[in-house]
Design a protein around this ligand. Sequence first.
Ligand code: ADP
Ligand code: MG
Length: 281
Amino acid sequence: MSRERETMAVIEAKDVTYAYTSEDDVSPALWNVTLSIEPGEFVAIVGHNGSGKSTLAKLLNGLYTPASGHVVVKGMDTQDERHVWDIRRTVGMVFQNPDNQLVATVVEEDVAFGPENLGVPPAEIRQRVDEALEQVNMSAFKDHAPHMLSGGQKQRVAIAGVLAMHPEIIVFDEPTAMLDPEGREEVLAAIRDLNGKGKTIVLITHYMEEALLADRVVVMTGGQITATGTPREIFADETVLKEAGLTAPPHIELYHRLKNKGYDLGECPLTVDELVDKLCR
Ligand code: ADP
Ligand code: MG
């Protein structure tokens, strides 16, 4: 991102260590993680299973608090109990399984659940629910039963439920992992759209194609951040992904194979079209 940043980071994690059990002390789930997220940024977090992504996600909205170090959300330290609810309201979370996130028998009631719990007045809830469903393109389903929807639709309802609480930042923990290709597309389109409208997005994913959509990619290995950079910077470096146990998308793999054989293809392509362009030249 070339744009000058004048504003304060919305989330600042500094030297964060977290262990689930005391036996974990020798190799904690997360150690010395430092990460700052700027307003409006779209950050993708990638890493092998068990690398600490979900643990980090839960530290970012105060569900967990650091064993050492600090997580500060809009100036509020997550260890300060007075801020718990403000922080949860500011940082929304969307998880992998939409079925675990839907609570009501009608879509619009489900979306209303969050703001109701926040004590939002009924007239405003109505408005928030309509807006949230509109934003994820699910208005036509407001009277439907969630369990009758497709996976992608359910996940979009879950996202609407989070949006209705008016978070500034949304952390998505592998939101497309349980969806078919069509559902993945729908959910990704919704995420990109939200970012386009100014929401700060943290997207945890094991689909490298999804990481290509972000402003910045953070790579986690064994509870630590091992690399961070633009998608082009991260995917241009074969060893970063290899050491993290990850595989680049096929067109980037092909680029590296050709490059290693001596073909000069210039900078790393982000899309298939970019690669084709290079090959045709
Ligand atoms: P990821 O989301 O990248 O797969 P996690 O954050 O879930 O990784 O896990 C990081 C490490 O913490 C792993 O070693 C995992 O086994 C451990 N862990 C995760 N959740 C728990 C838990 N509830 N209790 C004990 N250990 C856990
Ligand atoms: Mg996880």
